[in-house]
Design a protein around this ligand. Structure first.
Ligand code: PMP
Length: 378
């Protein structure tokens, strides 16, 4: 088979803006510790595997039919799940299926949002360093992408975000909280300020909470801000906390009018019956799956403390990963870890790397390997 690297795509009449571009893709290497794409590294618990298999088997019997286009059972369960999250913070829990939309990963959720609210002649604002797919969602939907700015410590303040929204007047602004790759979360005041600043330009404000379940106690979810804010969208995923990256299920909560807008752009039957069955079974076992979230948060906090002790500079993290600086040669550190079977992420920021918080054993291996590197490098 010819490898894609040796083929010449320029022979095809490709869209101008796709010429010379590389596809998105973090390395997928079979090493002992894969800590580079912020998955949950625990295996799916046995009882959840059984429950998924049972639901999928039932779905298989009727695969001759198209799936439920409205994925009603799934939307009900997602609303219940988010209401439990809201209630745990003492917030009113009033989400219903009407407020929920789902798609194949939050990647597709974002694509639906931009298809509906951005597009040709319209613009999307996000704040790098942030999730590297945002410019690609914009490109794929023919939208203009505007990279905003962050302060030197990557933190975003309400005033700064509001000023950039007023300056650029984007059709859609994407706030990532907790932010990938830095791990830092936004205060709800910042989200409120972004929403208020977008009043004049009728900017849709998307808060990407892919890592929402890992937030520190006291960090609120933007879900609490939804009532009365019809331009606000909170995006979530089952890829991280639910240990379901392979199931491909992302979702959003917003005003019912937003979900109506999503129906205009989705492809018919975009959520397969198998996907719906998988996600429903996982939601029925959310408490089993969430038990690992607490373990992961403990390892995340352990990594921050240990890196500080090594003289490195970890950013405070509300996510299931830690972003850290203070390396003189991050490429050498990354390679040293890989040589020892530990794959982490070089996000292209000099002196910095990002590591996913895995199991206790994986964390121990990562810290020991990095310690060997830093002691030999100094
Ligand atoms: N948003 C953020 C911030 C992410 O880091 C990721 C995955 N790395 C996604 C969205 C997409 O996740 P998925 O499509 O698996 O839901």
């Amino acid at each position: 088979m010819t490898s894609s690297a040796s083929r010449n795509l320029s022979r095809l009449p490709l869209r101008e803006e796709l010429r010379g571009q590389e596809p998105y893709g973090a390395p997928q290497l079979a090493v002992k510790a894969m800590l580079n794409v912020n998955e949950t590294t625990y295996d799916v618990p046995e009882d959840v595997v059984d429950a998924i298999a049972k639901e999928v088997r039932a779905a298989a019997a009727v695969l001759n039919r198209y799936p439920d286009r409205e994925f009603s059972t799934l939307r009900d369960k997602l609303a219940d799940y988010l209401n439990r999250d809201l209630a745990s913070e003492g917030e009113p829990a009033e989400l219903t299926a009407e407020h929920i939309w789902a798609a194949n990963g939050s990647n597709e959720i974002m694509q639906h949002i931009l298809q509906a609210f951005a597009g040709p002649g319209r613009s999307v604002l996000a704040f790098p360093p942030t999730y590297s797919m945002y410019p690609l969602y914009a490109r794929g939907t023919y939208s203009e992408y505007t990279p905003g700015t962050r302060a030197a410590d990557f933190i975003q303040t309400p005033d700064d975000v509001a000023a950039q929204i007023r300056e650029h007047r984007p059709n859609v602004v994407i706030l990532c909280s907790p932010n990938n790759p830095t791990g830092t979360a936004l205060t709800l005041e910042t989200v409120e300020a972004a929403y208020a600043a977008g009043e004049d330009s009728q900017t849709m404000v998307v808060v990407d909470e892919a890592y929402g379940e890992f937030r520190q106690t006291g960090t609120g979810s933007a879900l609490a801000l939804l009532p009365g804010r019809e331009r606000l969208i909170v995006s979530r995923t089952m890829s991280k906390a639910f240990a379901l990256a392979g199931g491909r299920l992302g979702y959003l909560a917003a005003a019912p009018e937003v979900t109506d807008a999503m129906r205009l752009v989705r492809l018919p039957y975009h959520l397969s019956a198998v996907t719906q069955a998988t996600a429903v079974a996982a939601l029925d076992h959310s408490s089993t799956l969430m038990a690992n979230v607490e373990r992961i948060k403990a390892q995340r906090d352990r990594i921050v403390t240990a890196l500080e002790q090594m003289g490195l500079r970890p950013a405070p993290s509300d996510a299931n990963f830690v972003f850290f600086g203070g390396l003189t040669d991050e490429k050498a550190a990354w390679q040293h870890l890989l040589d020892e079977g530990i794959l982490i992420r070089d996000v292209g920021i000099p002196g910095h790397l990002r590591v996913t918080a895995g199991t206790e054993e994986e964390t121990t291996e990562f810290l020991a390997s990095l310690q060997r590197f830093t002691s030999s490098a100094t």
